[in-house]
Write a protein that binds this ligand. Structure first.
Ligand SMILES: [Zn+2]
Length: 147
């Protein structure tokens, strides 16, 4: 797959992190070294930074996901009240549409990886929600005690 050409079609540059260039990538994009393990970034809607991946298929899926982020409009963000989870879901959907456009097959392993990624947002959102709920419950108790 010609990632460089696909990125170019979307006016994006793509940086592949390797063991050799990792220090330069960290410096240029102000990232942390550990961020670049099986992880990717879109920076200023201009640069896709692909970290060091254990699996090429996962790297490709992340590549489409990051392009997907650039397809999300401000209107959509407003519509979902900047809900991070919904924005991430949408980026996967947009990314899959682009993969389809370029006739990229999603292997069963990659499909599983995508579902796992989506679930990880769900888990962290649920965790944040539960924390808020606990906090609110505590505040409520406090008020009741004051009565
Ligand atoms: Zn994302």
């Amino acid at each position: 797959m010609n990632m460089r050409q696909i990125a170019k079609d979307y006016n994006l540059r793509v940086t592949h992190t390797t063991k050799k260039n990792i220090d330069q990538v960290v410096k240029k994009f102000e990232l942390k070294k550990w961020d670049l393990k099986n992880n990717a970034f879109i920076i200023s809607d201009e640069d896709i930074v692909l970290g060091i991946y254990d699996s090429t298929a996962h790297k490709e899926a992340a590549f489409f996901h990051e392009i997907g982020h650039t397809m999300i409009s401000e209107q959509f963000e407003k519509l979902v009240n900047n809900d991070q989870m919904l924005i991430e879901f949408q980026a996967w959907i947009e990314g899959l549409k682009i993969a389809k456009k370029y006739k990229q097959d999603i292997s069963p392993k990659t499909f599983k990886y995508i579902l796992k990624s989506i679930n990880s947002y769900y888990r962290s959102s649920l965790c944040a929600y539960n924390k808020r709920k606990t906090k609110n419950a505590k505040t409520k108790t406090k008020i009741e005690n004051n009565d």
